[in-house]
Design a protein around this ligand. Sequence first.
Ligand code: SF4
Length: 464
Amino acid sequence: MSRWRKIGEVTRPVSREMARALADRWRELPEHVKTPAQVLGRFGLGCEGTHGVFPRCNFSCTPCYHSSDANRVRVDGEHTVRHVDAQMEFLAQRAPHAHAQLIGGEVTLLDPDDHARTLQSMRRWGREPMSFSHGDFDYEYLERLTHDAQGRRRLRRISFAVHLDTTMRGRRGLRRTDDERALTPYRAAVMANFRRLRREKKVSSFVAHNMTVTPANVDQIVDVVRESQGFGFGMYSFQPAAFVGDRRRWREDYSTLDADRIWSKIEEGAGSPLPYRVLQVGDLRCNRTAWGFYVGDQWTSFFDENDPRDLEARDALLRDLGGVHFSAPPFLLVLRLSRVVLRHPTLILTAGSWTVRTVRRAGGWKKLLRERPRITTFVMHRFMDAEEVGPAWRDLQDGTWADVPERREVHERLLACSYRMAHPETGQLVPACVQHGLLDPEENRHLANELPLPRRRVKESLER
Ligand code: SF4
């Protein structure tokens, strides 16, 4: 290939592989989610997650989506690196870049060197990794994660999803509580660690706040968001509890959780309506997402769903910028965006007028200059019960399509899934609902044989 051709390929706004992956994803989606707001198959491919790597956790949450054997499995760095690498290689064959969650039990039970090697492997395969944790770790862990034993920086940026809520048992200093406000100092402390990392070590971070919603804490969502909105979380993600995982940890009737009620509590906490139809990720019965930003304590959506000009700007974003790799090195990103603008010069006008309108809605330039805007996304992700996912997944494998409306809903949601996991051994991508509801128990039984705990720790673990 000539040098100019190579330059042309590298600076393509969207690589050929990514364009193909997007087209495939769009084709696979069920018709009911192919709306003008749909981001899957147009802007991105959704999220990926790891599985079968380190299911062990030192907390005991109620509920817990892990199967009852998870805590019989030893945390093993070599196993984690090897299997995550294989899963990411498989995903990279389908799409050159995506966001991927390093998820299992508690990620900080991994030795920091093994954790770092795993993140580096994920990046090598074009993934932007996010580590899932209960947040009960010290600053020193973050420092060692991002620096090697000689103190050399090996990660310039990290992403964490920190799970912090009253369904959890085992946090140092507060083993259990029923009051979400009692966790506010812990939310503040974890964010202070990430700020210190940036200040002292020049490592940037993105941190999401995760909360499992149950009938007992649903009304406390308002306090969680209000009290922590200035802490610097880039995302608030709420997962209504479902009947998945360890049955011994199911305490309440999760079927009483109503999506609209939960969303209204999140809106009350944010102090603003959160429009979730203007951009849609997969099926709205699985995901509601509202993108926007805080200025002071006022949250503003990126798009006003009632303004046709904003809807045009949204359409332009999905049409002209879909598939661009925004985590690419900055100089490459600038070249690629320049080519987008050359190809679609009207984008400048669209972006300009959208900026003016959005700044006005947020309170004007002066306010924005005085109080730095903070991008903050609100998400509600509703996992399904294992009992309904199992039969529906088997139908899909057999190519049958249920007539019963409830089963059909599960089919539709699984087909539009935005959060999937790789199975290189079978060549399948599996929705996380299927992974946790159907495949984890068997996988963890195997892992307990492959990576057994030292004998004396089995009893302690099972008692948790
Ligand atoms: S994991 Fe389950 S709830 Fe989440 S998007 Fe996929 S099918 Fe929907």
